[in-house]
Design a protein around this ligand. Structure first.
Ligand code: GLV
Ligand code: GLV
Length: 316
């Protein structure tokens, strides 16, 4: 064929026809992760790859893929990609910011509200016949009104979460970033104060700016005993055994997780036994239109990267 590029696509489902019109494509023929050995073999002569969060793009992979010019990931996060190694090699990296901000913030708010009003537990109780008689404090939660919302990572998603929560009339919205934002109507606080003051601590941070675990037992112990911990960022910054310990000892009040470590989260983890912990299977960006937009952007990033046009991503 006269196609000048070779591309590897690790996900089976989207057809990516525009890529196929300009490149010889190896696309994972099966649902699920493309086995590492096949990924390495097919990438040996690839100019571009289109990958997912579950594909590890590390030094070993990059040493093997000597012709690689563009990596396009079907995600906003790129903590699965070694950016420093990509920079050294002049490889462009594209991701899918903006198109998923609204959906992901909406999910963060949904999860926060669900935990705050015990929606999952209450729906289970209705279904299981535990709904018997009205008593004043049965199934009562904390609600958002008059609470202090704390946001770790006031970026695109975190900022949208704050804006969406405002109409629920919290007393205050505070945040912590590496640096205070120049123009923000929300109150900047230290990480310590975020832990101490938040009634709802919502983690929206970009984990590529963070090394290691931020939320261990010690951190949870500094939070209010009534506090709710919500994570829509990455599970890697949380010690989930410590979270279980903190919840079961009453060091914090409740938790909502859209992300865990590992993913999928093992169903025998003790966190699943707690009624005050809601675990979702990483569905932050899961609206149909958002996923369609992400697929489109990941496709144009790959094509534009290969043909020397601007791309959206951390290394352009
Ligand atoms: C989801 O977590 C993403 O990074 O897109
Ligand atoms: C983080 O990645 C964001 O888009 O806020």
């Amino acid at each position: 064929s006269n196609k000048q590029f070779k591309v590897v696509i690790t996900e089976a489902e989207p057809p990516y026809n525009d890529i196929k019109s300009i490149a010889n494509v190896y696309q994972n023929p099966n649902p699920g992760t493309l086995p590492r050995d096949i990924f390495l073999k097919e990438s040996k002569d690839a100019d571009g790859i289109l990958c997912l969060l579950r594909d590890k793009i590390d030094k070993e992979f990059l040493d093997n893929a000597k012709h690689l010019k563009v990596i396009s990931t079907l995600s906003v996060g790129y903590d699965h990609i070694d950016l420093d190694e990509c920079k050294k090699r002049g490889i462009k990296v594209g991701n899918t910011p903006d198109v998923l901000t609204a959906a992901t913030a909406e999910l963060a708010v949904s999860l926060t509200l669900a935990v705050s009003r015990r929606l999952i537990e209450a729906a289970d109780a209705a279904r299981n016949g535990e709904w018997k008689i009205w008593t004043p404090f049965w199934m009562t939660g904390n609600g958002i009104q008059n609470s202090i919302i704390g946001i770790l990572g006031l970026g695109r998603i975190g900022g949208t979460v704050a804006k969406l929560l405002e109409p629920f009339a919290p007393e205050n919205i505070i945040y912590h970033n590496r640096k205070p934002k120049n123009e923000s109507k929300y109150e900047y606080v230290s990480f310590e104060d975020l832990l101490k003051k938040s009634d709802y601590l919502i983690v929206c941070v970009d984990v590529s700016t963070i090394n290691g675990i931020l939320f261990d037992y010690n951190a949870f112990k500094k939070m209010k005993k009534s506090a709710t911990f919500v994570n829509i960022s990455r599970g890697s910054i949380v010690n989930h055994d410590d979270l279980y310990k903190a919840l079961s000892e009453g060091e914090i009040g409740a938790a909502g997780l859209d992300v865990t470590n590992p993913e999928p989260f093992p169903t025998n983890h003790p966190l699943f036994t707690l009624k005050n912990c809601v675990i979702l299977p990483h569905i932050g960006s899961a609206t149909i239109s958002t996923r369609e937009a992400m697929i489109k952007l990941s496709e144009s990033n790959l094509i534009n990267g290969l043909t020397g046009k601007p791309i959206v991503g951390p290394i352009q």
